[in-house]
Design a binder for this molecule. Structure first.
Ligand SMILES: Nc1ncnc2c1ncn2[C@@H]1O[C@H](COP(=O)(O)OP(=O)(O)OC[C@H]2O[C@@H]([n+]3cccc(C(=O)O)c3)[C@H](O)[C@@H]2O)[C@@H](O)[C@H]1O
Ligand SMILES: Nc1ncnc2c1ncn2[C@@H]1O[C@H](COP(=O)(O)OP(=O)(O)OP(=O)(O)O)[C@@H](O)[C@H]1O
Length: 358
């Protein structure tokens, strides 16, 4: 893997490259193995495909339904299921969508050999917005960020209703398409664009997702496309998040590394610990990342259970499932594919890297 390849695939090169702090950090993180090399990524790909195949055999379910938006996340997810021998049914579900995105979704279905259905949900979306407008006029009318986000979340949840219905119809599951960068950014809709099995949830959007997409035969047009939320909230993912995905991923790794070295750090002391110096852009991005983490931590532990007075019951049913029916693939504790250096290895342990939040 080369530095320039990461810059190209993340689309950061086209955006003018990285500022000085990010540039230094990226090089250090590549050396530390935080940005996985191509050999490692090949192993990740093989392992995900093997696990999907094992799950299909052991859980007795072999059909995956998913929304094909024209973006890279859904396309790479579909390709992995397909390569693992699943029947994959892709749905283009435009809601007042730019037709170019829908066309990319259709093309990806064709290129990957998926079954394809098309269902325009715009009328149902309009009806839902109008219905909720009867209790709150702001929803249909306001052109504010909160109102746009609420309308966007309605779109994601309408798609979810359609996909779960179709999964039931086909006796299958809904595939989750979210990635690690989105998980950290809280950049998904609770009970919306989530599903039952999330094969790419551990992969970063700036590098590993487009790399994998290219590897598994996703059309170039798709893995090169500008990431969008498909919700009409505006500006594309990176404009909404306030950082490019590469800046986001570098900052998340840097924060985690700083906290590992000094667990006493607070959000306010991080800027010094990260040695941002006079790099004002990096300071702004750090603030943006911290603000998002502060706004969204709860999404990563949803549903919130506290230290429940009857928590032993969760353990009781967990042990029962584990003993009787849970597929073996969920119990395997293979060595992780964490980087070999101490720094990277400590950051990428399963506890730090994996989450069942979605
Ligand atoms: N402290 C707290 N403890 C527990 N729960 C809390 C909470 N604060 C809010 N909540 C709950 O969280 C809800 C807000 O979360 P949620 O409904 O998810 O909505 P929210 O996070 O506000 O918005 C979704 C975000 O995800 C982005 N998105 C959505 C879908 C797809 C994509 C994409 O590109 O892939 C991106 C979208 O652009 C937007 O920025 C609140 O309405 C409330 O129910
Ligand atoms: N128009 C759409 N038709 C079908 N599914 C959709 C549509 N828009 C969004 N989705 C579903 O919601 C998921 C979340 O959207 P998201 O934008 O994160 O993914 P993506 O579009 O695949 O990738 P990217 O973020 O690169 O655009 C998609 O992966 C897809 O499953």
């Amino acid at each position: 893997m080369s530095y320039s390849e990461i810059l190209a695939l993340s689309r950061q090169a086209a955006a003018g490259g990285l500022g000085p702090w990010f540039d230094d950090r990226l090089k250090a993180q590549i050396d530390a193995g935080l940005f996985l090399g191509e050999d490692q990524l090949g192993k990740v790909r093989d392992r995900i495909i093997r696990q999907l195949a094992d799950y299909r055999d052991q859980a007795g379910v072999g059909t995956a339904v998913l929304g094909m938006s024209g973006g890279v996340d859904s396309a790479v997810t579909a390709a992995l299921f397909k390569q693992a021998g699943w029947r994959v049914v892709g749905f283009t579900l435009p809601i007042r969508q730019d037709p170019v995105e829908t066309e990319r979704g259709v093309e990806a279905c064709e290129a990957l050999g998926l079954e394809h259905f098309h269902l325009d949900l715009s009328p149902e979306y309009e009806a839902m917005v109008a219905a909720l407008g009867r209790v709150d006029e702001a929803l249909p009318q306001a052109d504010t960020n909160p109102a746009r986000t609420r309308r966007g979340n309605l779109r994601a949840r309408l798609r979810m209703i359609a996909l779960y219905d179709q999964a039931h119809r086909f006796g299958g599951i809904v595939a989750s398409t979210d990635n690690f960068s989105e998980l950290c950014a809280g950049f998904w809709t609770l009970h919306g664009d989530v599903g039952d099995l999330a094969p790419v949830q551990g992969l970063i959007k700036s590098w590993e997702i487009p790399w994998l997409a290219r590897e598994v035969g996703v059309p170039e047009k798709t893995w090169r496309a500008k990431p969008t939320d498909g919700l009409g909230i505006g500006g594309g993912d990176e404009a909404q998040i306030g950082a490019t995905y590469l800046e986001w991923d570098i900052t998340i790794f840097a924060i985690a590394e700083a906290l590992r070295e000094n667990p006493q750090l607070t959000a306010t002391s991080l800027a010094d610990a990260l040695e941002l110096g006079g790099d004002d852009h990096a300071r702004r991005i750090l603030d943006t990342v911290l603000a998002r983490l502060r706004m969204t931590w709860h999404k990563r532990v949803n549903p919130i259970r506290f230290d429940h007075p009857l928590a032993h019951r969760f353990a009781l049913i967990d042990r029962t499932d584990e003993s009787l029916f849970r597929p073996a693939v969920l119990r395997q504790q293979d060595a992780t594919l964490a980087p070999s250096t101490d720094r990277g290895g400590a950051l990428l342990t399963p506890e730090a890297n994996g989450s069942n939040a979605l």
